[in-house]
Design a binder for this molecule. Structure first.
Ligand code: HEC
Length: 234
């Protein structure tokens, strides 16, 4: 019965996937993140491993993820007021120990993260990927990815696979646990953006909503064939 809207939604998403360099940048960030995956998890079901969970790290106080044992220098930086922004992560990822030495003014400071990402474009891409997970509206994000932040939030009691697509075609996709959100940054506020939810990553049919770029759409209930309950439903 409700086949029409489903097909329409699928066409909107397929069109977005082809849309230009911005979408490729987002995909590149996901690829670069493979280098982080040996130590870090992000998104639904993420757990502390060698490194802390990175969901929501942009806008978070350094060294503050629950249940993770940070090094003394990272704890000191957090206590001194370090809150991660995209710009600060550009410096941290290039040289974690050097960053903490500068921040604390302490030549003996050390990061426990024994990994550097030297290439600036890799850093920009991976930060914009990471920033899409649980990024809060209003978090300090100047200087890396311009544009309005379009978000989708999972207010259901279950995990689903979500896609947020900004007006310029920049996409973020991933599994979200209850209470988590995902944002795509790009394009102008008010222009057409789209968010979608699928039962899991392999599903082709899900629910989509059009919304103005720069806004957040919240999923309250997942129902098959585009009959989901969204905050924008009247
Ligand atoms: C070899 C393991 C390893 C790799 C690879 C690695 N990290 Fe880390 N990362 C850590 C550890 C360990 C810490 C905790 C640092 C500390 O306590 O000083 C950390 C901390 C961080 C933090 C600070 C988190 C917080 O809660 O304050 C961020 C951000 C981060 N890493 C991002 C990345 C990104 C992005 C990549 C990939 C480009 C990456 N890391 C690759 C091990 C790693």
């Amino acid at each position: 019965m409700a086949k029409g809207p489903v097909i329409l939604a699928a066409a909107v998403i397929a069109g977005g996937m082809a849309a230009g360099a911005a979408a490729q940048d987002a995909a590149r960030g996901e690829q670069v993140f493979r280098k982080c995956k040996s130590c870090h998890q992000i998104g639904a079901g993420a757990r502390n491993r060698t490194g802390p969970v990175l969901t929501g790290v942009v806008g978070r106080q350094a060294g503050s993820y629950p249940g993770y044992r940070y090094g003394a220098s990272m704890r000191a930086a957090g206590a001194a007021g370090l809150v991660w922004s995209e710009a600060l992560l550009m410096d941290y990822l290039a040289d974690p120990s050097g960053f903490l030495r500068d921040y604390l003014g302490d030549d003996g400071a050390k990061a426990r993260m024994g990994f550097r990402l030297r290439d600036a474009q890799d850093r920009r891409d991976v930060i914009s990927f990471v920033a899409g997970f649980g990024a809060r509206q209003g978090a300090a994000t100047q200087g890396v990815t311009p544009g309005a932040q379009t978000c989708v939030e999972n207010a259901t009691p279950h995990g689903y696979y979500f896609v947020a697509e900004a007006p310029d075609g920049t996409r973020r996709a991933g599994p979200l646990a209850p209470g988590e959100n995902l944002c795509a940054r790009g394009g102008a506020a008010g222009q057409r953006a789209v968010v979608s939810v699928f039962e899991d990553e392999g599903q082709l049919e899900g629910c989509s909503r059009l919304l103005p770029g720069g806004e957040t759409e919240t999923l309250f209930r997942y129902v098959d064939f585009d009959r989901c309950a969204w905050s924008g439903n009247s």
